[in-house]
Design a protein around this ligand. Structure first.
Ligand code: UDP
Length: 482
């Protein structure tokens, strides 16, 4: 660890969609001249050690103990990418047990360094971390890897249940977030809609969310101009400073989770395709669609003339760690046919997403609308075909379609029948030569410029996200000196 620099502690939840943006944050903070202590559970830290290119001298990867068996989790189930989605909650419920080791870690860090870290930045799932941090007189912030809008809808729905739409009324406003516009019942995950007071996720969040206002600040991986209403919601609700500092994104080189052969294969394949001719399809690091939806998506791709790269994860009801079986999950001969026609590339489980989205041949992204995926897409000017499947992805899709205008939704959730012809229609709408497609592509190009401007730091010009980060560190440093 570099001497003479002040230290910042960062601590994400154990999921790729959290670890990746926290790592991007760590790299950004390192460039500002701080050292970073990056905290996580043993297996995640081990993977990061293996994957990070020459270990940075300013980012210290530190593990705190966590035993899966103590929580009824299978061995090595320390990350949501290696467990079925229905075990997500069990992993989440286990996280308050990290409080004790985290307290000890802070105490050890202070003793070893002879001074306190400038601040602790932790995950929104770790509401308890603010009080622990304050015990040491350290400034605490939450870093949200979700959008302001998505998290605001999530917050409101979790705290204001039950939210069943009034009889015969399929649309309704959120009582404390009317700026979001009307939500249609299909824009809310079924699990949220039917959850009662005893629902485990409701119980978890009713303890967790109220603790957010104990933090000293909330920083978001988002852009003020992209996400205004959600950010205003949190400024109003929490009454603590809310700073949008994004988009902070990692290149694949930094995450290292990718086998080099996979990266080379994808880029080589993309190099041979025409500019803006390829549809990229992925449902993120932990979600998937149902077996019948997967079949229909494949049939739609067969019927469409478009080139595509599809990252296939085992369909629902299949062991998440099952051997990859494209021929079982997709129509007979599909993989071979699209390969022979040089039209499609099927990737097993994990693709170098950022490099794919950055490639000039990519025209559109069929995505579950996880916020990291959304930012990665928009940063590269790629419009979206939204298929939210869980959590706040539904609200992200609403924001992107209704407010930002860079997305068309093809389906919502995993328990609906998605017709082949509807999928091809939406693909054509976004990729084809039609007025709506042109409008979406124009708007996406504008949003790309907007987010580039937010991160620009040239002489006197500081983009909104750069300014927000400066204000955040000024507040942390001031509190550190008091
Ligand atoms: N990701 C990737 N390759 C994949 C799937 C996901 O690199 O095949 C990365 C993606 O680039 C993003 C993160 O994993 O940074 C997923 O985060 P997101 O918020 O989009 O969705 P989540 O997986 O958390 O639902």
């Amino acid at each position: 660890m570099a001497k003479g620099r002040k230290n910042v502690v960062v601590f994400p939840f154990m999921a790729q969609g959290h670890i990746i943006p926290f790592l991007a944050l760590a790299h950004y903070i390192e460039q500002l001249g701080y050292t970073v202590t990056f905290v996580n559970t043993p297996l995640n830290i081990k993977k990061l050690h293996e994957s990070l290119p020459p270990p940075s001298s300013s980012i210290d990867l530190v593990e705190i103990p966590f035993n899966c068996a103590d929580h009824g989790l299978p061995p090595e189930a320390e990350n949501t990418d290696s467990i079925p989605y229905n075990l997500f909650l069990r992993l989440l419920e286990a996280t308050p047990t990290l409080e004790l080791p985290f307290r000890k870690l802070l105490s050890d860090l202070i003793e070893a360094a002879g001074e306190k870290p400038v601040c602790v930045i932790s995950d929104f799932f770790f509401g308890w971390a603010a009080d622990v941090t304050h015990e040491f007189g350290i400034f605490h912030a939450i870093f949200s890897c979700a959008s302001g809008f998505g998290l605001a809808c999530y917050y409101s729905l979790r705290l204001n249940l039950p939210h069943q739409a009034p009889e015969n009324n399929l649309e309704f406003f959120l009582p404390d977030f009317p700026e979001a516009g009307k939500l249609h019942v299909t824009q809310i995950p079924l699990s949220v809609l039917v959850a009662g007071e005893n629902d485990p996720m409701v119980k978890f969040q009713r303890k967790n969310i109220p603790k957010w206002s104990s933090s000293d600040a909330f920083i978001f991986n988002t852009v003020e101009d992209l996400d205004r209403s959600g950010l205003s919601f949190f400024r109003r609700k929490l009454r603590i400073p809310v700073w949008p500092i994004g988009p902070l994104l990692l290149s694949r080189r930094d995450t290292g989770s990718e086998a080099p052969s996979n990266l080379g294969k994808c880029i080589e394949w993309l190099d041979k395709r025409g500019p803006k001719s390829v549809l990229y399809i992925s449902f993120g690091s932990q979600n998937t669609i149902s077996a019948s939806q997967m079949m229909n998506l494949a049939k739609a791709l067969d019927a469409s003339s478009r080139n595509f790269i599809w990252v296939v994860r085992p369909p629902l009801e299949t062991d998440v760690n099952a051997e990859f079986a494209a021929d079982k999950w997709l129509p007979e001969g599909f993989s071979q046919r699209v390969h022979d026609e040089e039209r499609g590339l099927i990737i097993s489980r994990w693709a170098p997403q950022v490099e794919i989205l950055a490639h000039k041949s990519v025209a559109a992204f069929m995505s579950h609308c996880g916020w990291n995926s959304v930012l990665e897409s928009l940063k590269h000017g790629v419009p979206l075909i939204g298929w939210p499947v869980a959590a706040e992805q539904f609200y992200n899709a609403k924001l992107l379609v209704e407010e930002v205008g860079v997305c068309v939704e093809v389906a919502r959730g995993t328990n609906v029948e998605v017709r082949e012809e509807d999928i091809t229609e939406k693909i054509e709408l976004v990729m084809g030569d039609n007025e709506e497609g042109k409008r979406i592509r124009r708007r996406t190009a504008e949003v790309k410029e907007m987010i580039e401007a937010a991160m620009r730091d040239e002489g006197d010009y500081k983009g909104s996200s750069v300014k927000a980060m400066q204000e955040f560190f000024a507040a942390a440093a001031k509190s550190c000196c008091c």
